[in-house]
Design a protein around this ligand. Structure first.
Ligand code: FES
Ligand code: FES
Length: 153
């Protein structure tokens, strides 16, 4: 049965009406209109839907609204903007760390979580942190360079 769920979304107090088991991804995209978070596998296996929950990287596709309620959710829309990009966003552009761009949101959000807990990660630590984020275009090396560059910014 639908219920009201309150949480913080990109710094704003937000309440939505949803089924408890409905995915955070569906609510973000279809109810909140925030389309940056992508649906890839829908099974918690590709990382395309990564958001920050209380600063930690989480798959929005397998996070229920019941689990998201009461937490602080950040999507790519809350990370930075065209006018004021996050250092990761600037570095991804400078290093051309994308091809089709489908994985980019998840890569950025997972990298943002990494830099929060480790502001100066080694290449190996970056590769480990992004291990669950798939990129079918194979731009992993550029992504790693971009994260290293953002860490030094
Ligand atoms: S869409 Fe969520 S992990 Fe693939
Ligand atoms: S840039 Fe295409 S999937 Fe990563």
């Amino acid at each position: 049965m639908p219920a009201e769920f309150a949480f913080t979304l990109n710094g704003q107090a937000t309440t939505v009406r949803a089924e408890p088991a409905q995915s955070l991804l569906e609510i973000l995209r279809d109810t909140c209109g925030l389309k940056a978070t992508r649906l890839g596998c829908g099974l918690g296996q590709c990382g395309a839907c990564t958001v920050l929950v209380d600063g930690e990287a989480r798959h929005a596709c397998d996070t229920s609204m019941e689990a998201a309620a009461g937490h602080d959710i950040t999507t790519l829309e809350g990370l930075g903007s065209r006018a004021d990009p996050h250092p990761l966003q600037a570095a991804f552009v400078e290093e051309q760390a994308l091809q089709c761009g489908y994985c980019t949101t998840g890569m950025l959000m997972c990298s943002a979580a990494l830099l929060r807990r480790n502001p100066d990660p080694s290449e190996q630590e970056i590769r480990q942190a992004l291990d669950g984020n798939l990129c079918r275009c194979g731009v992993h090396n550029r992504i790693v360079r971009a994260v290293r560059k953002a860490a030094r910014t």
